[in-house]
Write a protein that binds this ligand. Structure first.
Ligand SMILES: NC(=O)c1ccc[n+]([C@@H]2O[C@H](COP(=O)([O-])OP(=O)(O)OC[C@H]3O[C@@H](n4cnc5c(N)ncnc54)[C@H](OP(=O)(O)O)[C@@H]3O)[C@@H](O)[C@H]2O)c1
Length: 156
């Protein structure tokens, strides 16, 4: 199964100049706790611009390039990957950026969205989500609100 994890500004902002436009240590800590020891999937642009190396997670990198590293496993056909893992027991945390969220969205039944109090500029945005398709739980942190969304079952 695929789970999308993202931090989103007030107008859907995700990133600016290849990095997040805010620095929110509490949200970074939430991300670390959620994904530690798990499988995480990144687009190449996001991964190359992470401020520091991710430890303790199994990393999958989406790219068309012939990259090789001990740090990650390459995914070249992301659509096939999403189709294969939509219903699988293995859990993959989809960690952005914009192009990866857009492509994974139709195959994803669960989201952790941190809503950040940010109204400034951005050059990448989170795609529209049809909220009525999801059950929603919110948790208030000191510096953001976490929306945990689960897609409603078709028979409910
Ligand atoms: N706020 C948040 O929670 C959050 C989370 C993550 C990222 N971000 C932000 O998002 C921005 C980056 O987003 P982005 O859309 O520009 O880049 P991205 O999604 O991180 O990476 C795009 C790259 O992924 C590869 N790719 C995408 N689709 C592919 C496919 N179907 N098959 C093979 N490779 C594919 C390509 O790599 P190649 O060019 O190597 O082929 C493409 O150039 C940054 O500003 C980042 O900080 C924000």
């Amino acid at each position: 199964m695929l789970i999308i994890v993202a931090a989103i500004g007030k107008q859907g902002q995700l990133g600016l100049n290849k990095v997040m436009p805010w620095h929110n240590p509490e949200d970074l800590n939430h991300f670390k706790n959620l994904t530690m020891d798990k499988k995480v999937v990144f687009g190449r642009v996001t991964y190359e611009n992470l401020p520091k190396k991710l430890k303790g997670r199994e990393i999958f990198l989406v790219t068309t390039k012939d990259l090789q590293s001990d740090e990650f496993t390459v995914i070249k056909d992301f659509k096939a990957f999403c189709q294969e893992h939509q219903q699988s027991d293995d859990v993959y945390y989809i960690c952005g950026g914009e192009s990866i969220y857009e492509q994974a969205l139709p195959y994803t039944d669960e989201f952790y969205l941190s809503m950040i109090d940010y109204s400034g500029p951005a050059d990448t945005f989170f795609p529209e989500v049809a909220l009525h398709d999801f059950d929603e739980q919110t948790i208030d942190y000191d510096t953001f609100t976490l929306y945990h969304l689960k897609r409603k079952r078709k028979d409910s």
